[in-house]
Design a protein around this ligand. Structure first.
Ligand code: SF4
Ligand code: SF4
Length: 143
């Protein structure tokens, strides 16, 4: 007996979301030490120069993995609404993808000091994540 087409599509969607989740864990781990060192001392943090950053793929990712959806927060002044005096209030995996993807030159330099191969390794994983997010979007359109 063949499974219902919509069940197969949902299974594909879940598989892609899980791959993204796994790869995201690696990306978060690989940059964690450098972020702790360099971003805490940053004089012009990127989080103070942006607005609400979630896009539709972030929303689908959170929905498929049954997380609590994408958070909403009233904006108070300049910068990202999730920035607090002690840093980002969201857990790493609840953050918009762009927050993981954005590596300023200082952060890249710090990563290279930690391990010369780290920036390229990160770029490769980010590229893979972008492809997977594209697949997630395509699968979602078919469900
Ligand atoms: S990523 Fe770069 S610009 Fe953003 S807080 Fe870290 S050091 Fe500053
Ligand atoms: S969600 Fe967090 S990490 Fe991303 S811009 Fe906002 S405060 Fe910064």
């Amino acid at each position: 007996m063949h499974p219902e087409p919509h069940i197969t599509l949902k299974t594909h969607l879940l598989k892609v979301a899980r791959k993204i989740d796994h790869l995201l864990s690696e990306v978060i781990f690989l940059q964690r030490d450098s972020v702790v060192r360099i971003c805490s001392a940053c004089e012009a943090p990127c989080c103070k120069r942006v607005q609400y950053l979630f896009d539709e793929k972030d929303l689908i990712f959170a929905k498929v993995l049954r997380r609590n959806g994408v958070p909403r927060r009233k904006h108070k002044g300049r910068g990202c609404p999730f920035l607090s005096p002690t840093g980002c209030i969201l857990t790493p995996k609840a953050r918009p993808f762009v927050c993981h993807r954005y590596l300023c030159s200082n952060l890249k330099e710090e990563m290279a000091r930690q391990d010369p191969e780290l920036p390229e390794m990160m770029s490769e994983k980010i590229r893979m994540l972008e492809d997977l997010r594209g697949r997630l979007w395509q699968e979602y359109l078919q469900v």
